[in-house]
Each structure stands twice: as structure tokens, then as C-alpha cells.
Design a protein around this ligand. Structure first.
Ligand code: HGY
Ligand code: MN
Ligand code: MN
Length: 400
């Protein structure tokens, strides 16, 4: 057990140097990389210092138990991986706050009446293998293990190969109903990722429907100088049209968001007409489903591809239905955190995956910049400490 109370701010400072991305700025902390390995080691050490028993499940999620693992457990936690060039708080704030909350409860002399655990879910962002909430979806069975094993990163390395390289057994991936059955309630604390929260802490009410689609445009690779415009089948042209079509399609639906943040030409030479271009479409719909917006974008993509003599293929990488968090749990969170406003989020979370399997809820901590998935993501020390105390109060309420 640690001697002094190490709060969330200090815990986050302890990992501030892990996974920095000098090229992009911010952090790039992805599954089965040295940065993630360092973060898992950090978590195991900090959890052990607080008297928690640490175990890693078949899907690479790390669980730190206060008491014997068992049914009706109160579970909190988040993720430690990031998007490429991400901020310091998305994920780690929830994990560090959970560790600080446990220490706070110990300092208060609290003894949980039921098992309590802090969990770190693997690859929540899908930053390396493309499917968000990889660890929690494998745990719940919402992601097929064979499909997961075959996911490939930007270098063509499969998840199975990456796990094998770090000494894990990819054949173990798959649903873990016994472990999932232990989760009585799950509460995730997370930095707010927009401008919706003007109080230190808010209570999550919902996660909007969202999904990711991959479009592959294929044309004819050729020389940028010797190929006349009339002889070209340049896949970059319909790809560019699709980026603009995504914005137009979203603008036609109330509060919808459609984004192309990743576009990869092949082979990617400055003096080379691409032979193919992959782009990824991220769609978020506060009311309804992403389908109509995706169809709108696909129609524009197909027309632009035809006009350029190219083909286009669409593949869905992930689809997360809208989630409304458990009302009874939200009411208990509100009682434990008096005066906290409630807010929905257009960001996906492991809590959204767990919500279909056990009562789940969220606490959000104010982000004064309103920016996330970028180095400017921020939370003030006072709000961070306020969030950790609120989480401790919530855990005391749920585990009493
Ligand atoms: O993409 C998201 O909404 C989350 O940050 N994974
Ligand atoms: Mn994120
Ligand atoms: Mn997150």
C-alpha cells in the first residue's frame, strides 16, 4: 500500500513521457507497441502499490481487483491507448482517476462490500488495427475473434502476429462470459471531448450512434509527367471528391458529423499517379443511424469514380449503435455527485460497449479547450482532482 496519497495529476505526470510522437506531436500509444507495454507495466505497478491484484484476460484487458474477483463487482476504468498524435487525457484520465479513487477510499477506511476492480481495456481507439473498443468487444463477444486475429495495421502486420511477437497467444482471443458475468456495474470516467460541459464533472447520459467505413478507389498507377490528363484513371480524384461529399452529406442531417481523417494513396510517390487510394469515413449521428449519410457519401464516391474511370469498394469496419446509459445507475451517480449536469457524447467509449451487457455509466471531466484527439486536449488540475473525488464517492456509493 502506498504511503502518500498520489493523486490523479501526479499519476498522469508519471506517464507524460510515454509514447510521445515527435513527428505528429501529442501521443501515439498503440496496441502491442513499446509505449503500450510501458503503460501496462505502469498500471500494474501503481495498482499493486494500492493493494490491488492484477491479472490480464484472454483479450489483453488488464484487471486490478480489490477483493476476490466475483459476481456483482463494481468496475471502473478506461483505456491507455491513444489515437495517432492524441492528447494526454483521453483514456489515461479515467485509469489514473480510478487508481487515485481507490487510494482515496483506502485513506477513508472504506471497505467495499462487494468486489471492486479497475480495468484497462485494450485498443479502445482502434488506432493500430482499425476497430475501436477492440478489447471490450472481444470480451463481450461483439467482435468475432477470427476477424480480430486477421485485422492488419498500416504495415500489414496482423493482430495475431503482433500478439505473438509480444508473447501472447492469439488463439485465446474470444468471448469471456465468465469474466463479463462478474461485472455488476461499470462506470467510466473520461475527459469531455467537446464543449458540452461547463462544470468540473458531468454525468454521461448517452453515446450517439457511430461507425467507420473504408473506401478503396482503384485506377491506374502511372507517371505524373508523361501521362496526359485524358489518359489518366487517377483514384485520388474520386477520393478527393468523397472527402468533400462527406462534409456536404453531414451538413444535410441535423448535428450529424462525417469525417475523413485518414487517406492513404498507394504507392504514395510525389511524381506518381496513385494506383489506388484508401480512405476511412467516420460518421456520427446524434439522432438515428449513420446509414443514410453513408449512402449519400457512397453515391457521390461512385459517381466520381465512374467519371474518372476508377472503381470504388466500400467496407464497414465498425458500427456502434446509439447507447442510452442505465437510468437507475445514472440516478445513483447523480446522487453521489450533487449538482453535476448530464450530457450525451458523440465519442465512443468502452462504457458504450459494456452498456449492452451490464448497467454502465460515465463521468465526464471538463475540458476547457473543447479539443480532443489532438495535443491541445486538456483538463485543469482542480477539475481532475474533483473528478477523482467524484469517482471515489461513486464507487463508495455503489460498493457499499
Ligand atoms: O472515436 C471515438 O469516439 C473514441 O474516442 N474512441
Ligand atoms: Mn478517443
Ligand atoms: Mn477514450
Amino acid at each position: 500500500m502506498s504511503t502518500g496519497h498520489v493523486g490523479t495529476v501526479e499519476l498522469l505526470a508519471g506517464i507524460a513521457g510515454v509514447g510521445r510522437d515527435r513527428a505528429r506531436g501529442g501521443y501515439s500509444r498503440h496496441l502491442a507497441t513499446p509505449a503500450e507495454s510501458d503503460l501496462r507495466d505502469w498500471f500494474a505497478e501503481q495498482a499493486g502499490r494500492r493493494g490491488l491484484d492484477v491479472e490480464t484476460d484472454r483479450n489483453g484487458n488488464v484487471w486490478a481487483w480489490w477483493g476476490t474477483p466475483g459476481p456483482d463487482a463494481v468496475v471502473t476504468g478506461s483505456h491507455l491507448d491513444s489515437v495517432p498524435g492524441g492528447g494526454a487525457f483521453d483514456g489515461p484520465l479515467g485509469v489514473a482517476s480510478a487508481l487515485a479513487a481507490v487510494e482515496d477510499l483506502v485513506a477513508r477506511g472504506f471497505a467495499p462490500a462487494r468486489p471492486l476492480a479497475v480495468v484497462v481495456f485494450a485498443e479502445e481507439e482502434g488506432g493500430r488495427f482499425g476497430v475501436p473498443c477492440l478489447g471490450s468487444r472481444l470480451l463481450t463477444g461483439d467482435l468475432d475473434a477470427d476477424r480480430a486475429r486477421g485485422l492488419r495495421d498500416a504495415d500489414g502486420v496482423s493482430l495475431a502476429e503482433a500478439l505473438t511477437a509480444r508473447g501472447d497467444d492469439p488463439s485465446a482471443l474470444g468471448p469471456d462470459p465468465e469474466r463479463l458475468a462478474r461485472v455488476g456495474r461499470f462506470v467510466e470516467l473520461h475527459v469531455e471531448q467537446g464543449r458540452a460541459l461547463d462544470a468540473p464533472v458531468g454525468i454521461g447520459s448517452a453515446v450517439v450512434a457511430h461507425g467507420r467505413w473504408r473506401l478503396t478507389f482503384t485506377g491506374q498507377g502511372n507517371h505524373a509527367g508523361t501521362t496526359a490528363l485524358t489518359d489518366r484513371r487517377d483514384p485520388m480524384i474520386p477520393a478527393a471528391a468523397t472527402v468533400l461529399a462527406a462534409r456536404r452529406a453531414a451538413a444535410r442531417v441535423a448535428d450529424a458529423r462525417a469525417t475523413v481523417g485518414r487517406l492513404v494513396p498507394n504507392p504514395g510517390g510525389t511524381n506518381v499517379i496513385a494506383s489506388s487510394v484508401d480512405l476511412w469515413l467516420d460518421v456520427r449521428i446524434p439522432a438515428g443511424e449513420p446509414g443514410p449519410v453513408v449512402e449519400d457519401v457512397l453515391g457521390a464516391a461512385r459517381a466520381a469514380a465512374d467519371a474518372e474511370g476508377c472503381t470504388v469498394e466500400l467496407g464497414r469496419e465498425s458500427l456502434s449503435p446509439a447507447v442510452a446509459f442505465d437510468d437507475a445507475l445514472a440516478a445513483r451517480l447523480a446522487a453521489a455527485v450533487p449538482g453535476a449536469p448530464t450530457l450525451a457524447t458523440a465519442a465512443g467509449h468502452d462504457a458504450g460497449v459494456l452498456a449492452a451487457h451490464a448497467p454502465a455509466g460515465m463521468l465526464h471531466v471538463r475540458n476547457p479547450t473543447g479539443i480532443s484527439h489532438a495535443p491541445q486536449e486538456h483538463a485543469e488540475d482542480d477539475d481532475v482532482s474533483h473528478g477523482a473525488r467524484a469517482l471515489a464517492d461513486v464507487l463508495a456509493e455503489l460498493a457499499r
